[in-house]
Design a binder for this molecule. Structure first.
Ligand code: SF4
Length: 432
């Protein structure tokens, strides 16, 4: 089989590294990857008229036609909740049938490539998303949820009171840590679901998210009913041995309270990446949003995590306060907060050359404000008294661009800065 694609030029004006793994007269299935990016290889099914992005394990992520300039999107999903958005009048089921019927009609060059796609058909794909839904609750925040990730719920809710949090909708919830038995049971349930749908290619299921608001809420002392953070990570590593990218949220105040040696042990036990909700490095904005810790203490905690060997992902909010907000008897503009945040963030990320040389993998995930009914922030934007909402429809987009410009060189490095984090809180309840 000729492994060079004839159809990629229909969709791209450059040729990424790729390999045709299956084709017939009118269609190609191509593995495409960018070796400079951390992201996994992705499979594209192409005809001369349309293309389906099948992600890294063969689950449809997007179906479209045309090139980037004149693209028409028939269906797409921003994460692995399975919440497809379809073009009006398009039937998701019919679209999936078209894709998987075509895949099954292709001639594969190698049997191991064919095995990845064997068994995927519309109803099984939809059932897979529905069964994965048992692994999280509707308001959970699952960052970078993608097809190669399995989730284990380790706690419910949170004791903090962030204004924008989808987990705080009723304002009365309290953190509930799960017992050792429950954490283990949830891991075994997640493993069973993973094996059911991905048993033939577990080696591709490389990500494991410990789903809870802060791993460090768990007590690290004497063994009790609750597992320690270290035990949870060790349990995850033994039940999901293929998942070398294991993630968890940690709150920065708890990081500062944790001895560096203990953080290193957690890293060595198999926690790869820590996500931290920085939100803003502008102290008044951060306090207003519900994170009253100082910028200096946030930076100290981030450095501590880096020194322990974690890949640290900083979640930064843009647009939460619209054009500005009132606090302490004065008005703070949203841009003032973004300027301060960009200044500190750029210093942490460093310039692209130094980062590369020093192997620094810290990353900023930029989240655009999503107006979520039921969060304490929602009425403040609606009333427009304490928060001044954007006056124009482009306000939020302009602020994201403003922030990225201020970040400078790092903003052009996809390993340092990524936009679109808000997909983590797009309601899973719209799922298939
Ligand atoms: S710390 Fe996270 S989970 Fe807790 S209230 Fe804030 S955003 Fe929500």
């Amino acid at each position: 089989m000729d492994h060079r694609s004839e159809l990629l030029p229909c969709y791209l004006d450059y040729t990424p590294p790729h390999e045709v793994i299956a084709r017939d007269g009118k269609a190609e299935l191509v593995r495409v990857w960018d070796p400079d990016l951390e992201s996994d290889a992705s499979y594209w099914l192409m005809t001369g008229e349309w293309r389906a992005d099948l992600g890294p394990i063969g689950l449809v992520q997007r179906v479209s036609s045309g090139t980037r300039k004149n693209e028409r999107v028939f269906a797409e999903r921003p994460n692995a909740f399975g919440n497809f958005v379809t073009e009006p009048g398009v039937s998701l089921e019919k679209l999936l049938e078209k894709v998987y019927d075509l895949v099954s009609s292709l001639t594969f060059g190698r049997t191991d490539d064919a095995a990845l796609f064997t068994g995927w058909e519309t109803q099984r794909v939809l059932a897979r998303f529905r069964d994965f839904r048992h692994l999280y609750s509707p308001n959970d925040i699952v960052p970078e949820f993608n097809d190669t990730m399995v989730i284990t719920k380790i706690s419910q809710d949170c004791d903090r009171t962030c204004l924008y949090c989808p987990d705080r909708r009723d304002g009365k919830k309290r953190l509930e840590l799960f017992t050792r038995e429950k954490v283990r049971m949830n891991m075994e349930l997640a493993r069973a679901v993973e094996v059911e749908y991905h048993g033939g290619h577990l080696d591709l299921m490389i990500e494991h998210f410990l789903n809870g608001s802060d791993l460090l809420w768990f007590p690290a002392g004497e063994p009790r009913a609750y597992p320690s953070p270290l035990e949870i990570v060790e349990m995850g590593a033994s039940i999901f041995p293929e998942a070398w990218k294991r993630y968890a949220f940690m709150g920065l105040p708890n990081v500062n309270r944790t001895p560096p040696g203990y953080l290193r042990r957690i890293r060595e036990a198999g926690l790869y990446s820590v996500l931290v909700g920085v939100e803003s490095f502008h102290e008044q904005t951060s306090r207003f949003l519900g994170k009253p810790e100082s910028t200096a203490s946030k930076v100290e905690a981030i450095e501590k995590l880096k020194e322990a060997g974690f890949k640290v992902k900083l979640i930064i909010q843009v647009g939460m306060v619209g054009e500005g907000f009132m606090a302490d008897g004065r008005f703070y503009s949203g841009r003032e907060g973004l300027e301060e945040t960009a200044r500190v963030c750029a210093r942490i990320l460093g310039d692209p050359l130094t980062r590369h040389r020093e192997g620094d993998r810290t990353k900023a995930l930029i989240s655009e404000y999503l107006s979520l009914e039921g969060t304490p922030l929602f009425p403040l934007h609606q009333e427009g008294k304490i928060v001044t909402p954007y006056r124009s429809a482009e306000g939020l987009r302009n602020d994201v661009e403003f922030f990225l410009r201020l970040l400078g060189g790092a903003a052009n490095d996809p390993n340092a800065v990524e936009t679109g984090y808000e997909a983590a809180i797009q309601s899973p309840s719209r799922s298939v």
